[in-house]
Design a protein around this ligand. Sequence first.
Ligand code: FES
Length: 640
Amino acid sequence: MLSTNTRCTVTVMPDEAEIECSRGDNLLEALHRAEVEIKSLCGGAGTCGSCRVIVESGQARTDDGDVISEGDDPLACRTEVTADLQLHVPEESRRAEGEVSADEPRHVLGTVRPDREVPVDPVCQVTPVKLTPPSLADNTSDFDRTCRALREVTGREAFSASHSVLRGMAGSLRENDWESTALWVDLQTHGELIDLLSPEAAGEAYGLAVDIGTTTVVADLVDLRNGESLGRAGEYNEQQRCGEDVISRINFASQKDNGIQILKEAVTGTINRLIEQLVREAGVCERGIRAVVCAGNTTMIHTLYGLDPNNIRRQPYIPTVGTVPPLRAAEIELNTDPDARVFSLPAVGSFVGGDIVAGALSSRLTEREEMTLLVDIGTNGEIVLAAGGSLLACSASAGPAFEGGGISCGTRAVPGAVERFRIAPGGDDVTYRTIGGQPAVGVCGTGLIDLLDSLLQAGVINRSGRFNTELESDRLREADEGYEYVLVPGDETRDGADLTIETADIRNLIRSKAAIYAGIRMLLTNLALDEDAVGRILIAGGFGTHINLDAAVSIGLFPDIERDRFQFVGNSALRGARQALIDRDSMRDAQELARGMTYLELSADEQAAAFMDEFVAAEFLPHTEMERFPSAAPGDTSAL
Ligand code: FES
């Protein structure tokens, strides 16, 4: 019997959370409203199967009108609440909790930071000015008088002023006897006055550099007077509840009522929480933040500004903006000085965004004499080749596998995530290491690379990624959909269930690594180069910093070149955003860099067939052309 009451209570176990709903509410949305950490990899499109829940009591119904009752395990995104309901969100449907590490790993700091000191000449300038008081002979307006004084000190011709500055200008100038500390933002075409303070005021000017990733958002609070960092913080991007990757988010924007606004509020909400944390810890006021520089992929930047990202995924893949004009913070509801300007580093194309431009900037790609590849592996593999002064970039759709998405045993790099594997030949003896030494909860991206290589070296899988069914090991067993291999037995995992990997997971991983390698090959072959010509490979992104390089080469993710030619550059996007924030020339350099970067669209007619050939050839461990990987001999298990 369905309840006639229009209000219902959904009880979530094991949290024992009670959610008040109206009849007809979508169950996934209700769970998100109540901040239940449930996966929704496809953003509620009903296609990924990640939001499955188990009904313990009560009733609901599917989108198609079928009744759901006790013992059913419907997709939350396809379920309508119709009555009181008690449900269980199983471990595999839960998003991993855990703090986002905003820190650079130590070896990255050691190898990258000292490259070059960035000068401090920030986008927001603090300039003391002394005005000539007006007289009957000099009746220039207050604003023109201020501009004249600024022109004399800065050499800059044109200035504008925010409305709030204009409103307070007459009083402020007279109260301070025509002396002032002017805060102005360099908009390149002109300077904009955003505050006029008394000459004694400290002229507090802080800036925020933000790396807006599809998965995580990391921000650096910087004192613009001296370029010193006041703190760094990171959080998962709240948009994750709208889908795991950029395509799911774009679908969410177009298919959900108010989808664009929901995405915008999710990302600005994430940034505002980081601001709140950073200013609290630094003991400063959020209104002292006068400039924000963001680096993000093209979809993230569209959603930050509330722009429709739909055309990004439609041929011919044209974004609304590549370079977003700097907007006022109040216009996108960031909790800083409302007149602070928000800059975004320019994108090169729909799938090569400002994050990779920021990475190219901070890695000094254009200044390097040796041929250099910058590889940023996120949900998309963004790759730039710097050769002979030119920059060629592409984006290879790697999918979220290396971030633990779409892999049954995958997880993020949280405590308990397995990050190292060693499997002895024969497949019986598995040793592993988890983050923080906690009971295993899943395998993170770096662990998946190690795992794929270990399975291969131990003879558990063959070079096509198929299980060796001749293997006499209890760990290999038949499951509902083919074979699975037990990585960690249930008595060593957090939820008590065996941690396993299936054939489909291995196929996904191979496809992901094949996409990255094929992207690298496409850049090289377009310039008629071979991998031997590459002097350096820079691996960017939080994921890259812990990779077992030998394993990554052994599975064919990266070219087989000397290992000392690889360099981990950590969060190069955040460093690039910070560099542009504290150095106006770098902001200009970023524009130049984006303009000078050639974007190779791999799905364009002239490239698609060649990319597909490279991709198919790479769908093997390590590659169908084994001679490309001379060091990838079987039988070599990497040390833990
Ligand atoms: Fe429900 Fe993907 S199937 S979120």
